[in-house]
Design a protein around this ligand. Structure first.
Ligand code: ADP
Length: 153
């Protein structure tokens, strides 16, 4: 059976932190699906198409990494594509507390799906999409925080 992991998030936009987690996870799985969750009550900075394009470009030379979008529960999306793992990155203890609740509730609802956590690389733990968006909103240059191939336009 193929080992498929879903890396869910907003990726508004994808950062070097996300890129690092996905690349480091590739040896663990046969396929890693970067999955953009669509939440209709959230306002996004970049359109879904743009966010997907950024991710596709970032991993264009990695055949085992795909990009998808989904709405609804992450566990239902996992089941629909036969994924047995949810991948999440941990930057801080606050991330851990938040993620623990979600992972434990997901486990209760879908016993066959395991959440796997990877610690952020030390140099990338400060990077977060919210701050990247704030920099862009005020006309700053956020290029150093996003994958090298991406032009934030
Ligand atoms: P969400 O809206 O679900 O938090 P994000 O797009 O912000 O989605 O993040 C998706 C995943 O990437 C989460 O598991 C988050 O903890 C992880 N992540 C975000 N930034 C970093 C980073 N700098 N280093 C490692 N993991 C990160």
């Amino acid at each position: 059976m193929k080992r498929i992991a879903v890396f869910p998030g907003s990726f508004d936009p994808i950062t070097k932190g996300h890129e690092d987690i996905v690349k480091r996870s590739v040896p663990l799985f046969d396929q890693v699906v970067v999955a953009i969750g669509i939440n209709s009550s959230k306002n996004y900075f970049f359109s879904l198409e743009k966010r997907m394009e950024f991710i596709r470009k970032t991993f264009e030379n990695e055949p085992r990494i795909q990009v998808e979008s989904y709405s609804g529960l992450t566990i239902e999306f996992c089941k629909s594509i036969g994924a047995q793992f949810i991948l999440r990155g941990l930057r801080t203890s606050a991330d851990f507390e938040f993620e623990r609740g979600i992972a434990q509730m997901n486990k209760a609802m879908a016993t066959g799906i395991e959440t796997v956590f990877m610690l952020t690389a030390p140099g990338l733990s400060a990077i977060n999409s919210t701050i990247v968006r704030d920099i862009l909103r005020y006309g700053g240059d956020a290029a150093q925080f996003v994958p090298d191939c991406i032009e934030l336009k």
